[in-house]
Design a protein around this ligand. Structure first.
Ligand code: MF3
Ligand code: CO
Length: 269
């Protein structure tokens, strides 16, 4: 047992949830995952430079596939548990896991989440952004602004030896203060060596609960913020697309972060 094992064991003996050592990335792994994350950010920048009204979500899928593969990467969603495309595109009342489609055309006034995940040299990265298509309503602008504030407040609440619940509390309380709700059953995840690793990251957990944040942990901060009810249903035909139960708007922004000895580092956003 080294000093870290003793610290983790002591916390566990006091009832805290602590990560397995396998979830703590080594310096070599961190360096390799950062390369994957840099490509992931470049893919999102490429989408940002081209997204516009009149384009289909299948056009976004091609932008992602072509850019990623031309730079030596593989889009992580492609064939992941049967997902048929390279990126998730979730418009207006779609919460997440929208499947790009030739017949789905971006309209002026839409809000869309583009969720990009990349494998480079076997290492995984993941982030998503919201885009406003042309002029959008005040109602849409407000949910985009509050969602960004939620993620930034969550990031500020993250510190080594704090808890995942601190991040959740910061996010959920800001969403609620603005009259929004946070989806409970779908959350974030550890990432780096796999697409989805432990822990499951809740954005509704209370402060001081859930896993202790230990330097070397990597995970996503990706709350789904709904205008109305946090409840949802999944498309029966494709088995993926998640819709708000009440047709209200939903927005999501995803950062991938690393807990360091002194704070938190955003790897891709
Ligand atoms: N990128 C999503 C996430 O943040 C995962 C999508 S799984 C897929 O966890 F298969 F739909 F791509
Ligand atoms: Co994602």
């Amino acid at each position: 047992m080294d000093r870290l094992d003793i610290k983790l064991w002591t916390l566990a003996s006091k009832g805290h949830i602590v990560p397995d050592r396998s979830l703590l990335k080594t310096p070599d792994q961190i360096a390799a995952i950062k390369k994957s994350a840099a490509l992931n950010t470049a893919v999102l920048d490429h989408v940002a430079a081209h997204i516009r009204a009149g384009m289909s979500t299948a056009d976004i899928d091609r932008l992602v596939y072509d850019y990623t593969t031309e730079h030596g990467g593989i889009p992580a969603p492609l064939n992941y548990e049967g997902f048929p495309k390279s990126v998730c595109t979730s418009i207006n009342n779609v919460i997440c896991h929208g499947i790009p489609d030739e017949y789905e055309i971006l309209q002026e006034g839409d809000i869309i989440n583009v969720d990009v995940s990349t494998i480079l040299d076997g290492y995984f990265s993941d982030a998503s952004r919201m885009f406003a298509i042309g002029e959008i309503s005040e109602r849409s602008r407000r949910i985009l602004r509050v969602t960004e504030e939620c993620v930034e407040l969550g990031l500020k609440a993250a510190r080594p030896w704090g808890h995942l619940g601190d991040i959740a509390h910061a996010i959920n309380s800001h969403a609620q203060a603005n009259g929004y709700s946070v989806v409970e059953e779908i959350g974030g995840h550890g990432i780096g060596l796999e697409f989805h690793e432990e822990p499951f990251v809740s954005y509704v957990a209370p402060k001081g609960t859930e896993m202790v944040l230990v330097p070397g942990m990597m995970f996503t901060i990706e709350p789904m913020i709904n205008e109305g009810s946090p409840d949802f249903y999944i498309d029966e035909d494709n088995g993926w697309t998640v819709y708000t139960i009440d047709d209200g708007l939903s927005a999501q922004i995803e950062y991938m972060v690393l807990i360091t000895e002194t704070g938190v580092e955003v790897l891709t956003k």
